[in-house]
Design a protein around this ligand. Structure first.
Ligand code: PLP
Length: 375
């Protein structure tokens, strides 16, 4: 039985270009920090991938720091910025629906004495007047995701930046852009509005275990991983040449055409679900990326639906892969869903390899199971 994979927000299927780049990079085994020919050859691969990721982020290559994953990028940014700014302010503004790799480090900082302000995200939007009023009391930095991993809600970085600038408090802006990177209409917004931002290779057709942090030129954050001083001192540890080569290739390959294809699948699937007549509610944020569609099935617990579809070879997710084993989701509650709706919420996430035929099968099986499994 072939699998219908609709869980690209958990991890994407590696694209052909990433696989080819990784296969070619395996031969370059040298340590990129070594000054002999083998080391220089590996460094060349990393430099080239850095240019590709920088070009996708519309920033300079020296502003890209490779890390071990998106979670590490977030931890580096949050602990780094808090140390950098602690003397100025111990207030950090964030939202109430961040990924655990942001909310957990912030909870640690809270335990250390930082004040964490969590803005509401009802309906998938930040209330800018709430942000403006919080900024009046100053802040060390603001950390807001670009797109939510459970609802697909797309937050408005331009308005956040404007509010920070108007407040005059000098707060820095970090963005967890792991889900939004390359999936929004304006690819320039991350580097244009943020001081630093986290991205991850395996959400865009690269491999797991490679991420990057955009660090604006001149921002001197203390490193989280100290050691040999790789990545211009920002992130010690011998670089993962193979994974980084694949990341560069995936960033280049994730073009506007792929996004358009995914966007069409998103709209098509939405329509199919609505026309199916099953009791399925679409949880549509005000603004959203087109890779994540959250739906609540009336009277069917998400894990029951997940297992039923999995038995039929269809892979989707309950809320998000990260929260699947940890009980009710805070992000869905923050969005405004009721307890019953949250219990029946599943996440459909699209990738460049999905087809219209697959969407038809998914919508049909979702509707059939919604009727069959209803309590
Ligand atoms: N941030 C968001 C919004 C995510 O969805 C994820 C992964 O699902 C991460 C961060 C963590 O990225 P990684 O899996 O590369 O650690």
């Amino acid at each position: 039985m072939s699998t219908l994979y609709f869980d690209s927000a958990a991890t994407s299927i590696p694209c052909r270009q990433a696989v080819e780049a990784a296969s070619a990079a395996i031969a370059f085994f040298g340590n990129p920090s070594s000054v002999h020919s083998e080391g220089l050859a590996a460094k060349k691969i990393i430099d080239s991938a850095r240019k590709s990721v920088a070009s996708a982020l519309y920033c300079k290559p020296e502003e890209v720091v490779f890390t071990g994953c998106g979670s590490e990028s977030n931890n580096q940014a949050l602990f780094g910025l808090s140390k950098l700014r602690a003397r100025r302010s111990k207030r950090i503004i964030t939202t109430n629906s961040e990924h655990p790799s942001v909310s957990a480090p912030l909870a640690s900082l809270e335990a250390e004495g930082f004040e964490i302000i969590r803005l509401s995200t009802k309906g998938g939007a930040i209330d800018i007047s709430e942000l403006e009023s919080e900024l009046q009391n100053g802040a060390a930095f603001v950390s807001i995701m670009l797109a939510n991993n459970e609802t697909g809600a797309k937050y408005d970085l331009a308005s956040v930046r404007r509010a920070i600038d108007r407040s005059g408090c000098g707060a820095l802006l970090h963005c967890d852009a792991v889900q939004g990177f390359l999936k929004t209409d304006d690819r320039r917004e991350i580097a244009k509005y943020c001081d630093c931002a986290s991205v991850s290779a395996h959400k865009i057709g690269g491999f797991k275990g490679v991420g990057a942090l955009f660090v604006k030129n001149g921002l001197k954050m203390p490193p989280f991983i100290k050691g040999g001083g790789q990545e211009s001192g920002f992130r010690s540890g011998t670089e993962n040449t193979v994974g980084i080569a694949a990341f560069g290739a995936a960033a280049e390959a994730f073009n506007a055409e792929k996004l358009k294809h995914i966007s069409e699948l998103y709209e098509y699937t939405k329509q199919l679900i609505l026309e199916s007549g099953a009791e399925i509610k679409l949880n549509l944020p005000e603004k959203h990326i087109c890779t994540i569609l959250s739906v609540s099935v009336a009277g069917v617990r998400s894990e029951v639906m997940l297992n039923a579809l999995s038995a039929e070879g269809i892979c989707i997710s309950a809320g998000s892969a990260c929260s699947a084993r940890k009980g009710p989701s805070g992000a869905l509650e923050a969005f405004g869903l009721t307890k019953q709706e949250i219990e029946g919420t599943v996440r459909i996430s699209f990738g460049a390899d999905n087809t219209r035929e697959e969407c038809v099968m998914l919508a049909e099986r979702l509707a059939v199971n919604a009727k069959r499994l209803k309590r």
